[in-house]
Design a protein around this ligand. Structure first.
Ligand SMILES: Cc1cc2nc3c(=O)[nH]c(=O)nc-3n(C[C@H](O)[C@H](O)[C@H](O)COP(=O)(O)OP(=O)(O)OC[C@H]3O[C@@H](n4cnc5c(N)ncnc54)[C@H](O)[C@@H]3O)c2cc1C
Length: 559
């Protein structure tokens, strides 16, 4: 006779049915933690002239690592922005609605001076402080770093048209976040975006087709055309490239005109992106859109490059922040998870992985702060630092952002399966990483920009080699790398640009670490990245490397 399930004897799980769900050997939550607890960062801050803000940085670090802010970061990505093109009556509104957590993050970031506040701060080191805070605040959520970065970067470009800067700069440099489309001059705080990329070309903006027709009022034009990418479309003002009678020019486009009417800014749709999902990236169209000329007609690229110089530094900063955040997560997991009878952090091979990641992270952080120091001194008139900044920012943007995806993938793997699950936050960081090497000049474009700088301005190469000369004789592998670089420079071919820029970046990072990091860090970096004693993945440091010292410096709790 056939039996049914109902006939089967029942197993008695007794009162301990819940025992199947005991949670053991899982790490406790990382939060709350202090995201500024990073020796390399604090040393760099002091060295580059921002030590006066150490207290502020520590406060931002505790805020960034708080459970509340980490929750906002997660929520802002889960609840993506929504575009409302029309109201219920059919009128165009072109507004994007964000989850409250986005606004909380924006409010905190602007209040901490992560938008354009340093331009209103005369203290030497103000730009270094902003970058250091960005490294720490980067432990939260990367998407909202887009509008704060563009707002920071818009100011030097806008200053090319002083009467416009006079009107808009106070709002852009404000520490108040006031969302909503209103007349910019009446708002307590403003945000700026940029519109360069069009369907037919992003890197090659000379192909821009958006046209700018002069009106009867001097300096005022009307735009017609489209942009293929314009992020953060709820910003108050945008710097936009368009073809004027005198050639490609830069314009200021406010979303609301001084008389309170809406400027024409049709948001056709939002991009469905790999990552960066809290941030809205839009495709706007202009039709009779009122715009003010910034800088001379025909000098659009020269004007907007002032903005790009700053956003490129922020790409380096955000990549370094992603590295540090994912390293901290990996170290925390490895400290609390055991396998094969020992904590992961005590397993020699995991220690090698963590040490290798720590080296990469410190090299990225140290370079970021050196670039920020150069920017700070350049804007205060130091010509040598301006030349160094010109070349080293492009070098850093190429290399540090290129390392981001491989780094975050490896850090994610340290968490095993947990790292592949959204709850851990690691997939979000992993998805963000490739973006930083795409926008503000993709990898090839940055590498070619280094060749351009070398070709057009010999002071840039001189500034770089003067910096590298500071460590002459300190490490044979570094000396050999510098000598090799000098030979390679002479070649200067486009096909070899990545090879050259990669070597420049590694040599510069090696030199900075030899000067400023403990010998275990500098030695392991030079042995692997310059001396070639390394494999093709992270965790392949040579046996002689001081793994404990490297891990202990980066992750004191894991030492
Ligand atoms: C999420 C997101 C947000 C963005 N937000 C904005 C924004 O707010 N405002 C804005 O203006 N743009 C924005 N962009 C656009 C971004 O800056 C461009 O996508 C980027 O500059 C590359 O341009 P492109 O997409 O037209 O690619 P292309 O210019 O077509 O480049 C494609 C590839 O070719 C390479 N390449 C280009 N020229 C050369 C060459 N001479 N030699 C060798 N290789 C070359 C590039 O490196 C790249 O790998 C955003 C992009 C993304 C993904």
């Amino acid at each position: 006779m056939a039996t049914t399930l109902a006939d089967e004897p029942r197993q008695d799980f007794g009162a301990h049915g819940g025992a199947t769900h005991d949670v053991t050997n899982q790490p406790p939550p990382l939060t709350p933690y202090d995201a500024s607890e990073d020796t390399a960062l604090l040393e760099g801050l002091r060295r580059e002239g921002g030590g006066w803000a150490e207290g502020e940085l520590r406060r931002v670090g505790r805020l960034a690592g708080s459970a509340q802010v980490q929750e906002w970061s997660d929520q802002a990505n889960r609840h993506e922005p929504e575009l409302r093109t029309h109201d219920r009556y059919g009128n165009r509104v072109d507004e994007v609605e964000f989850h409250p957590s986005w606004h909380h993050l924006m409010g905190a970031a602007v209040a901490e001076g992560l938008a354009a506040a340093p331009w209103a701060d005369d203290r030497p080191g103000a730009h270094v402080v902003r970058t250091a805070k960005g490294l720490v605040w980067g432990h939260t959520e990367a998407g909202h770093g887009c509008p704060t970065s563009m707002t920071y970067a818009a100011v030097p470009a806008l200053r090319r048209q002083p009467e416009l800067a006079e009107v808009y700069e106070p709002g852009l440099t404000s520490r108040e976040y006031e969302p909503g489309l209103r007349v910019p001059a009446g708002k307590r705080g403003l945000l700026a975006g940029m519109g360069m990329t069009e369907k037919q070309g992003g890197s090659d903006v000379r192909t821009n087709t958006t046209s700018a027709a002069p009106t009867a009022e001097p300096g005022v034009y009307t735009l017609r055309g489209h942009k293929w990418f314009t992020s953060a479309p709820m910003c108050d003002v945008f710097l936009v490239l368009a073809q004027a009678p005198g050639g490609l020019s830069c314009f200021l486009v406010p979303r609301v005109l001084p008389d309170g009417t809406r400027n024409t800014f049709r948001v056709q749709r939002l991009k469905d992106k790999l990552g960066n999902r809290s941030n809205a990236s839009s495709e706007p169209e202009f039709d009779g859109t009122v715009a003010w000329l910034v800088g001379p007609e025909g000098q659009g690229v020269k004007t907007i490059i002032e903005m790009v110089n700053c956003t490129r530094l922020d790409c380096v900063m955000m990549s370094a922040a992603l590295m540090r955040k994912t390293l901290v997560e990996a170290g925390h997991h490895a400290r609390h998870r055991s396998a094969f009878g020992a904590r992961l952090v005590d397993q020699p091979l995991m220690r090698n992985v963590l040490a290798d990641l720590a080296l990469e992270s410190e090299a990225a952080t140290t370079l970021t702060l050196r670039l920020a120091g150069a920017a700070d001194r350049a804007v205060r008139g130091d010509a040598g630092e301006a030349a160094f900044r010109r070349i080293a920012t492009a070098v850093g943007k190429y290399w540090v952002t290129k390392r981001g995806p491989a780094f975050t993938a490896e850090a994610l793997e340290c968490l095993g399966g947990n790292g592949y699950v959204e709850d851990s936050g690691m997939p979000r960081h992993y998805r963000e990483a490739p973006l930083l090497s795409i926008w503000e000049g993709s990898g090839n474009v940055n590498a070619l920009d280094v060749l351009r700088a070398l070709g057009r301005d010999p002071a840039t190469a001189q500034a770089l080699f003067e910096e590298l000369a500071l460590t002459r004789g300190a490490d044979a592998r570094l000396d050999a790398a510098v000598a090799g670089l000098e030979d390679q420079l002479a070649e200067g071919s486009q096909a070899g640009a990545r090879r050259l820029v990669e070597r420049m970046a590694l040599t510069l990072q090696g030199s900075l670490l030899v000067r400023h990091a403990p010998s275990a860090v500098a030695d392991a970096f030079c042995a692997t990245r310059l001396g070639g004693d390394w494999g093709h993945s992270f965790g392949t440091l040579p046996a002689a490397a001081g793994l404990d010292a490297i891990v202990g410096r980066a992750l004191p709790d894991a030492g």
